[in-house]
Write a protein that binds this ligand. Structure first.
Ligand SMILES: [Ca+2]
Ligand SMILES: [Ca+2]
Ligand SMILES: [Ca+2]
Ligand SMILES: [Ca+2]
Length: 341
């Protein structure tokens, strides 16, 4: 229902609808009268004063989802595991075809999330910066607000470099026509489907109904981190949802989500020679994501995008195919995921 309402707003009454759900009123009259899909910059003599600025993210991280470190096997031109195109899991921080260039600033190591009253803080920890000390990729996270597997919002930033909270380059996109994920969501569609992904721009560098909606900043020392702060008001009261984080370059394209619906496995390739028919990576390269994090509820293990729950190593019942597990406290539940096959 929410998506239907959003669709109507975008097509017909964007002015009224977005004014009504504004939480900050510092947007210029010009901005308030704009349909978000065609954002118009403020007049050059207007200086935007932010009202709601995120503080330090709370010290105690509530939720985490680990990810494979591809660096130890980079010289073998392969990922250690975690690259399963069919299940929407990517571990390919390498160049296409040759896989002889490894990008540490695209290799997610860990992801976390914590909330306070106003903000949802998300962090994405990378192996390191690029050799020249920058983060050359796009970084972001999807929100599946009704835990059906199909992403609803995508928050991302391109080549972030601000050491303090900044809205510059931060975008918030929405899937108003509900085609992200296809059928089945998260897993690759068969036959392929062609949707328009996250097609609606709600926010782009201050511009949108709420100029304080989304922020990012980077930490360029260990652990190299891209942090986001997003107003929780975007969830309209939903307190049970899932977050999945991404890093990439050109192929991290909001209009192509879900990526494994847009491409076939043959086109996309695979990052492990164990998949000999598909190896190496091809149309989808320079890309990494982490398993989704369940927020506000105890997962049963079958939620779309959640990593398979594995029993911790050295305990009876460990799947033979899982050689390494990482365990995290999620709410009051202990979750273990397989991080190496
Ligand atoms: Ca990954
Ligand atoms: Ca990784
Ligand atoms: Ca799908
Ligand atoms: Ca769409």
């Amino acid at each position: 229902m929410r998506k239907f309402i959003f669709s109507i707003l975008f097509i017909g009454i964007g002015v009224i609808g977005f004014s009504a759900c504004a939480s900050g009123d510092l947007a210029s009259p010009t901005l308030m009268a704009v349909i978000p899909a065609t954002l118009v910059p403020p007049a050059t003599d207007e200086i935007l004063v932010h009202k709601d600025i995120p503080g330090d993210s709370p010290a105690d991280v509530s939720y985490r989802s680990g990810d494979q470190d591809s660096s130890p096997m980079a010289d073998k031109k392969r990922a250690p595991g975690g690259d399963r195109f069919t299940f929407g899991r990517f571990e390919r921080p390498f160049n296409a075809d040759a896989m002889d260039v490894y990008f540490p600033d695209l290799d997610i190591q860990d992801t976390w999330l914590v909330e306070d009253e106003m903000w949802l803080y998300a962090g994405l920890i990378l192996k390191s910066t690029s050799d020249d000390g920058f983060l050359r990729g796009k970084y972001g996270f999807e929100i599946d607000s009704n835990v059906d597997g199909g992403g609803d919002w995508l928050v991302l930033v391109d080549q972030p470099d601000s050491l303090e909270w900044s809205t510059s380059g931060v975008r918030v996109l929405f899937d108003a026509n509900d085609d992200v994920g296809g059928l089945p969501p998260v897993d690759a569609d068969s036959p392929q489907t062609t949707g328009d992904g996250y097609e609606t721009v709600l926010f782009d560098s201050d511009q949108g109904d709420d100029p304080d909606l989304a922020w990012s900043m980077v930490i360029l020392q260990e652990p190299v981190t891209v942090q986001f702060a997003l107003k929780r008001s975007i969830l309209e009261g939903d307190d049970q949802y899932m977050i999945g984080m991404w890093a990439g370059t050109d192929d991290f394209d909001p209009s192509l989500f879900d990526l494994n619906d847009h491409y076939s496995h043959e086109q996309a390739g695979a990052a492990s020679p164990d998949f000999e028919y598909f190896y190496p990576i091809k149309a989808l390269s320079e890309l990494d994501n982490a398993c989704r994090i369940p927020i506000g509820f105890q997962p049963v293990g079958s939620e779309p995008g959640l990593c398979p729950v594995a029993i911790p190593k050295n305990e009876p019942g460990e799947p033979a195919s899982c050689k390494q597990t990482s365990c995290y406290t999620v709410g009051n539940q202990r979750i273990c995921i397989c991080t190496g096959y």
